[in-house]
Ligand binder design. Structure first.
Ligand code: LLP
Length: 423
């Protein structure tokens, strides 16, 4: 049975390194990634033919490199992500499986140019993309992202299926899209469905039936199916891990029935983001104020939603621990609200239930101690911003006991680069 997650309230190390030393050496706020966890998560999914990392979760080149060395391939949702994939050493082209696939609902002009120039296979998320791609790359195989008419995520904002969602091709338009592809001299080589992010096994499993029916309706031009991403990861004490074996069996059943119907093998892809990188990352912030507001006690730290937007955007829960500057390894707890430095009331990390500020029991701490926010490796640094003219945080990766600076903290010059005062 899957083990339940345990999150300590006090830590001295992350990724096997002293929090105090990391903070002193690299400054705070600081993202720390453990390469071994990313590699382990890719290996967890190795039963699938293809593990395609949805790099939007954490696209630092060093993380992409770990995925590549671990045998994973990559998904790209923009011209920038295509260029990151190339910079990290993934090869473009139509090899089986392709190492880079462009999945999106639109082609902006830059992305269309790049997929044509580098021969990057595309996963079309709207009928218009089929025509646009046909004009630059006739004769190719494409895959279609289908919205099966239902979806589910950890929040309504991460649900990517159903009529409220802008994602994918509406399931009943699949036959039209097959025709549209033919008119453009393109063949439908695969289907893809991704119903949401941070969902659960019950909802993910419903995709299997929808995929089987859709693939059968297209027929034997289909050589690959993708289960999409969305695998949940534990954020709370006690959350259970996903049973990958059981999930694979469901999908493998679909694959086998399709292969039998088509008379040729069908490759089975999975496309996780969070599952590969979330648990590998922590965000270290320093406590810069401890203050009382009536009955509430606040720790105000130097990281804000400019570094980790998930709490303010979704009311998402992240585990937190205190790391004492003194190196002490435990302390009595008290209820606290943890906030960031931004001039905005919602800049609070202890939010829950879709966005309500909550106190949480955390160790008694003082200015100069650290708050370590856990499970911050997915949709953390990548969603960072320069709000309040704060620099993007530094990122380090620990691999085999060595600490590597994999992204320098931005400087003020970086922040204003490209701005001009009219003369
Ligand atoms: N494939 C497609 C087509 C996607 O749109 C996504 C996520 C994934 C795969 C990866 O989903 P994952 O395995 O990571 O759940 N910022 C939000 C999540 C937005 C996800 C967008 N698409 C959050 O912090 O929860």
């Amino acid at each position: 049975a899957a083990a339940a997650a345990k999150f300590p309230l006090t830590v001295t190390e992350v990724a096997g390194q002293s929090v105090v030393e990391l903070a002193k050496k690299f400054g705070t706020p600081l993202f720390v990634y453990d390469a071994a966890i990313v590699a382990e998560r890719v290996a967890d999914l190795a039963v699938f033919d293809v593990v395609r990392y949805a790099q939007k979760a954490c696209s630092n080149l060093a993380i992409l490199d770990v995925v590549r060395r671990s045998g994973g391939v990559v998904d790209a949702v923009s011209a920038g992500e295509i260029q990151r994939a190339l910079a990290a050493g993934f090869k473009p082209g139509f090899a089986e499986p392709p190492q880079i696939v462009y999945t999106a609902d639109i082609f902006d002009r830059e992305a269309l140019e790049l997929v044509a120039k580098h021969e990057i296979p595309v996963n079309c998320g709207s009928p218009d993309m089929i025509d646009q791609y046909g004009t630059v790359c006739p004769g190719r195989g494409i895959t279609l992202r289908i919205n099966p008419g239902f979806g589910h995520g950890h929040s309504q904002k991460t649900n990517t299926g159903g009529q409220q969602s802008k994602h994918g091709i509406w399931h009943s338009q699949l036959a039209d899209c097959v025709e549209r592809a033919k008119r453009n001299k393109l063949s439908i080589a695969g289907l893809h469905m991704h119903i949401g992010s941070g969902t659960d096994m019950e909802h993910l499993s419903q995709v299997c039936g929808a995929m089987e029916a859709a693939a059968l309706s297209v027929g034997s031009s289909i050589h690959s199916i993708s289960a999409g991403g969305g695998l949940p990861t534990p954020y709370r004490e006690g959350d259970k891990k996903v049973d990958i074996g059981a999930y694979y069996e469901l999908w493998n059943g679909v694959r086998e029935r399709l292969a039998a119907a088509f008379g040729h093998p069908v490759s089975l892809e999975i496309e996780p983001g969070r599952y590969l990188s979330a648990e590998a990352g922590s965000l270290i912030a320093e406590i810069r104020a401890v203050k009382k507001m009536g009955d509430n006690l606040f720790y105000v730290v130097d990281a804000g939603f400019n570094n980790l937007a998930r709490p303010i955007l979704y009311g998402a829960y992240h585990p937190m621990a205190v790391a004492y500057a003194s190196g002490k390894s435990e302390g009595a707890t008290q209820p606290v609200i943890v906030g960031g430095p931004l001039c905005e009331s919602g800049d609070i990390f202890t939010q829950e239930d879709g966005g309500y500020v909550r106190s949480r029991d955390l160790p008694v701490a003082a200015i100069g101690d650290y708050v370590v926010i856990g499970v911050a490796g997915a949709y953390g640094a990548v969603m960072g911003s320069n709000y309040n003219s704060k620099p993007l945080a530094a990122e380090v990766m620990v691999e085999k006991g060595k600490v590597h600076l994999v992204r320098e903290r931005q400087t003020f010059a970086d922040i204003i680069r490209g701005e001009h005062i009219p003369k």
